[in-house]
Design a binder for this molecule. Sequence first.
Ligand code: ADP
Ligand code: MG
Length: 151
Amino acid sequence: MSTKIYETFRPEETFALGRTLGEQAQAGTVYCLDGDLGAGKTVFTQGFAAGLGIKEPVNSPTFTILQVYDEGRLPLYHFDVYRIGDVEEMDEIGYEEYFYGEGVCLIEWSALIAEILPPEAVHIRIDRDPHKGYDYRQIAIEEAGSGERGE
Ligand code: ADP
Ligand code: MG
């Protein structure tokens, strides 16, 4: 398990961090994004999509849990599960096809579906710190290490 901590002071910096990860993303990786409303999950996702070479606008789908973007280097499956009532809704979407598919998954509010997340998922948590200013964000990226899980 390795955790990297980043700090951003403007939305553009969060976008840029997302873009870097999008450039490096490999097929089959599931990225879990958590943090309060307005933390910057969608800003990060927009950068990530840009890093994959996706040009169409990416925003949080309010009424659909999943949005698929096919025009980039890899397919991007953007989930926003904020409004999910029950994990069974993920079964109805056929989530396994996406989690274990050829593209990259990015899941906003992943904690709401914790029980179905793959153990090897990359967890990204965005937090504010009121002492450090309105636009400050701490972004922690935790990757499951090879083999060991720190339980
Ligand atoms: P979420 O998807 O987590 O609910 P959004 O990405 O939709 O949040 O919104 C984040 C909001 O916070 C945007 O209005 C953005 O401009 C603002 N913001 C301010 N500072 C930052 C920062 N450092 N990183 C990301 N977003 C920031
Ligand atoms: Mg969002």
